[in-house]
Write a protein that binds this ligand. Structure first.
Ligand SMILES: [Zn+2]
Length: 402
């Protein structure tokens, strides 16, 4: 019996060692691939974080992106989104946009030894090759584009990618998460799209209604990007893209970059969250009833309850392999040249999948890609080469050199 146990234990340790060895090898391979790649995460809300007074010069205990963590995870070509809340659409959104840009520039200048702003696809390549982080600016919600001339102004200021709106329908386009007003994009929205083509600004369709994306596909002379969107076939959500739209974007030479928010990756999550919230709301109500005068014991019980709720939320989150599931789905649908990553970090709270809590976990995501059978050249395309190719094609189509 003892002998049997010894054999069993030895076998167990041998297998464990084998597995951890394999994982170590995969991790080493993942890190090597990242170090050799242009890693272009095409949507990060870092400028909003900076504008709200948080420095990204030092490593923070919250959020997902700062310079130390970008360097650790190997992210070298992020697209920083200047997000304009829709509530400012009618209230001088350009003033807000400029303030966010100014705050972000200040932070980048503080880190000029490790980062530089990229104004073209060649810039990204040059900056990354020099060992620095190449930061591209985009706009999320273009309510600053009051007329086509504003596209020129913001291009001159450094904006190289823009989406017409965000969560609400505005004067340029219908949003996927609001009521329909234009049945797609507005007449001014159409003028803006044409101007973006002329000056070489990348058109981003994330957040737009299905019809708005269809309109843009018809109007745009250049390929387009969905900078942070998932596949609706895998997770039902109006923010995600239908197979029909993914195919149409790819046929035009465009790109769909997968969002890391669990709510977009897993269509069942919202209902599960609601159920848990309801359960804990009821439990809290019972405590309120029992301890009507409050007190220390009550406070302790509430604290306990909150901890339990947090743990339960965490336990139902998908793990990082779900991101690869979406990438693989899009690849199988339209080919490896039309898929990438757009984390939406700093804009999705703590809702990224388990194991992908911040940008330092990028190598683990690449390990998942390797496990799912993606080749080294596939992964380099997903990480950044596809974005670079799209960017170059948009630049080729421009007819005005600003
Ligand atoms: Zn967004």
């Amino acid at each position: 019996m003892k002998k049997l146990l010894k054999v069993a234990l030895t076998t167990f340790f041998a297998i464990s060692l084998l597995f951890s060895g394999q994982n170590n090898d995969l991790k080493k391979k993942a890190i090597k691939i990242i170090r050799e790649s242009i890693v272009a995460d095409t949507h990060e809300d870092t400028p909003t974080t900076i504008y709200r007074g948080k420095s990204i010069t030092i490593r923070r205990s919250e959020g997902q992106i700062d310079f130390p963590r970008m360097l650790e995870g190997g992210l070298n070509a992020p697209v920083f989104a200047i997000w304009i809340p829709n509530k400012l659409d009618e209230k001088n959104p350009e003033v807000y946009a400029l303030k966010v840009m100014a705050a972000t520039l200040k932070e980048i200048y503080k880190n000029e030894k490790v980062s530089e702003i990229a104004y073209s696809s060649d810039d990204i390549k040059r900056i990354v090759e020099s060992g620095k982080i190449a930061i591209t600016f985009s706009l999320e919600n273009s309510s600053v584009f009051h007329s086509p001339e504003y596209v020129d102004i913001f291009y001159k200021l450094g904006i190289r990618m823009a989406s017409l709106t965000h969560m609400s329908t505005n004067y340029l386009s219908d949003s996927s998460t609001d009521k329909e007003k234009w049945g797609g994009i507005s007449p001014l929205g159409e003028e803006i799209i044409r101007r973006m083509n002329k000056v070489g600004m990348i058109i981003d369709v994330s957040h737009l209604s299905d019809k708005a994306v269809e309109d843009i596909l018809e109007i745009s002379s250049a390929p387009i990007i969905a900078s942070h969107s998932c596949a609706r076939a895998l997770a039902e959500h109006p923010r995600n893209l239908t197979d029909k739209l993914i195919k149409a974007i790819a046929e035009k030479g465009g790109l769909v970059d997968v969002n890391f928010a669990s709510f977009y990756l897993d269509g069942t999550l919202r209902d599960k969250y609601k159920k848990i919230s309801k359960k804990y709301k009821k439990m809290k109500e019972e405590l309120d009833k029992k301890y009507q005068n409050g007190g220390k014991e009550y406070e302790e019980k509430i604290k306990e309850l909150k901890e339990m709720q947090k743990k339960e939320y965490y336990s139902i989150k998908p793990d990082l392999s779900i991101v690869v599931k979406h990438i693989k789905y899009i690849k199988n649908l339209v080919g490896i040249d039309h898929v990438g990553i757009g984390s939406d970090f700093e804009g999705i709270g703590n809702s990224a999948p388990r194991g992908l809590e911040d940008i330092t976990k990028l190598p683990d995501l690449v390990v998942e890609m390797l496990k799912a059978g993606f080749s080294e050249s596939d992964i380099k395309k997903i990480l950044g080469l596809n974005f670079l190719r799209l960017y170059k094609e948009v630049e080729k189509k421009k007819t005005i050199n600003l």
